[in-house]
Design a protein around this ligand. Structure first.
Ligand code: F6P
Length: 359
C-alpha cells in the first residue's frame, strides 16, 4: 500500500518553508521510494477547506532549497474562525475532514506558526493524523528552542540595523527601527544584540519613555551623538502592560497608533529635542532566501518528519531541544507562546555590553 502524505504551509511566509518541504519530500522518497505519494495542498488550510490540492512529483522539490517563500502558497486562516460558520455557510472543520478523507491521506504535514498549530491540534482531536513543523520568524512556538525562518530574519534585521548605523552616525540621529514580532521579542533581541542596538525594546520588558530618553541622553553625555533603538512590533509601555489586549488596542486606536514606534520617535523629538527617524522594514524581514543555518535546520526538521511518517507517530510537532531534533505532542504546545524570559542569560549579556531596555 502506497503512503499518501499531504503537505501544506499556513500563516505568514518565511524563509525555510521550501527548504523544509524539500527536506520532507526527499527524505520520504529516500525511505519509501515509489511507495509514497505527496499531495500538495494550496494556500494552507484554505486549500484543505476548499479542496484545492494536487499530486506532486519528485522534480517539484528540486531547486527550492535556497528559495524564499513557499511553492505551495500560504494564507492566514485564523483559528478563531475555524469553528465559526460564516456567510458562505461553509463548515470549515467538516470540509477539512472530508477533503482529508477524499485525498485518502495517511497523514497531513502542517508547516506553520502558533495559529497553524492550534488548528493542527484541532484536526488531530478530530482524528486526523497530523505532524506539525515549526515555522516563524518570531521564534515564539512553545517547546522548541528555535523555529525555521528565525535565523534568516535575524540576519536580515541585523543587516537593517547595520545599515541604519550609517545614517545615525553621519547625521547624529536617533534611528528607531521597528522589528516584526507581534507577541514575543526574540527577533528584536537577537538582531538588536547582533547589530549593536543601543536600546532594545521588547514586549516582555515593558518600557517607559523617560527611561529610553535617559539612555539616549547618557550616550550623548558620552559624546555619542547618535543612537539606534530596536523596537519590537509588539512592545508596550508599563501602563499598557497592565491592560488586556482589547483595552490596549482601543487605547492605541484613540491615539491613532498600532505600535509604539512613532510614540517613541515623537517623545524623543519633542522632549529630548533630538533628530529622530522611524524605520519599519516590515515584510523585508520575511523575504529572501533562507540562511545557511535555516537550510540545515529545515533539512533536519523535514527528514525527521519523514521519520515520524514511517513510524506512524502522529499528533506531534517537530522541535529542536538542546541541539537534538525531537517532537512534542501537539496538545501540549498548541495555544502557548514561547516568550523571552526577562531573566534570560541573553538579556543579562545585552545589559553587560551596555544595552538599555527602557525599563
Ligand atoms: O508571525 C509572523 C509575522 O511576521 C509577525 O511578526 C507579524 O506581526 C505578522 O506576521 C504580520 O503578518 P501579515 O503578513 O499577515 O501582515
Amino acid at each position: 500500500m502506497k503512503k499518501r502524505v499531504g503537505i501544506l504551509t499556513s500563516g505568514g511566509d518565511c524563509p525555510g518553508l521550501n527548504a523544509t518541504i524539500r527536506g520532507v519530500a526527499k527524505a520520504l522518497y529516500h525511505r519509501f521510494g515509489d511507495d509514497v505519494e505527496i499531495i500538495g495542498i494550496v494556500a494552507g488550510y484554505h486549500g484543505l477547506i476548499h479542496g484545492e490540492y494536487h499530486m506532486m512529483k519528485p522534480s517539484d522539490f528540486s531547486g527550492i532549497l535556497n528559495v524564499g517563500g513557499t511553492i505551495l502558497g500560504t494564507a492566514r486562516t485564523p483559528y478563531s474562525k475555524m469553528k465559526v460558520i460564516e456567510d458562505d455557510k461553509i463548515d470549515k472543520v467538516q470540509n477539512m475532514i472530508t477533503n482529508y478523507k477524499k485525498m485518502k491521506l495517511d497523514c497531513l504535514l502542517t508547516l506553520g506558526g502558533n495559529g497553524t498549530h492550534k488548528t493542527s491540534n484541532l484536526l488531530a482531536e478530530q482524528g486526523l493524523n497530523i505532524i506539525g513543523l515549526p515555522k516563524t520568524i518570531d521564534n515564539d512556538i512553545f517547546g522548541t528552542d528555535v523555529t525555521f525562518g528565525f535565523h534568516s530574519a535575524v540576519n536580515t534585521a541585523t543587516d537593517v540595523i547595520d545599515r541604519l548605523h550609517t545614517t545615525a552616525t553621519s547625521h547624529k540621529r536617533v534611528m528607531v527601527v521597528e522589528i516584526m514580532g507581534n507577541k514575543a521579542g526574540w527577533l528584536t533581541l537577537y538582531s538588536g544584540i547582533a547589530g549593536g542596538a543601543d536600546v532594545i525594546i521588547i514586549p516582555e520588558i515593558p518600557f517607559t519613555l523617560d527611561k529610553i530618553l535617559a539612555a539616549v541622553e547618557r550616550r550623548i553625555g558620552r559624546k555619542k551623538g547618535f543612537s539606534v533603538i530596536a523596537v519590537a512590533e509588539g512592545a508596550m509601555d508599563k501602563k499598557e502592560a497592565k491592560m488586556k489586549k482589547k483595552e490596549r488596542l482601543a487605547y492605541r486606536a484613540e491615539n491613532g497608533e498600532s505600535t509604539v514606534t512613532n510614540r517613541i520617535v515623537r517623545y524623543l523629538a519633542e522632549k529630548g529635542e533630538l533628530d529622530c527617524r522611524a524605520v519599519v522594514p516590515g515584510h523585508f524581514l520575511r523575504g529572501g532566501p533562507p540562511s545557511a543555518y535555516d537550510r540545515v535546520l529545515s533539512s533536519q526538521f523535514g527528514a525527521y518528519a519523514a521519520g515520524l511518517v514511517a513510524q506512524e507517530k502522529y499528533g506531534v510537532t517537530v522541535a529542536l531541544k538542546n541541539n537534538q531534533v525531537c517532537d512534542n505532542p501537539l496538545k501540549e504546545i498548541a495555544g502557548k507562546t514561547k516568550f523571552v524570559d526577562p531573566n534570560d542569560q541573553l538579556i543579562a549579556t545585552a545589559r553587560d555590553v551596555g544595552t538599555a531596555f527602557g525599563d
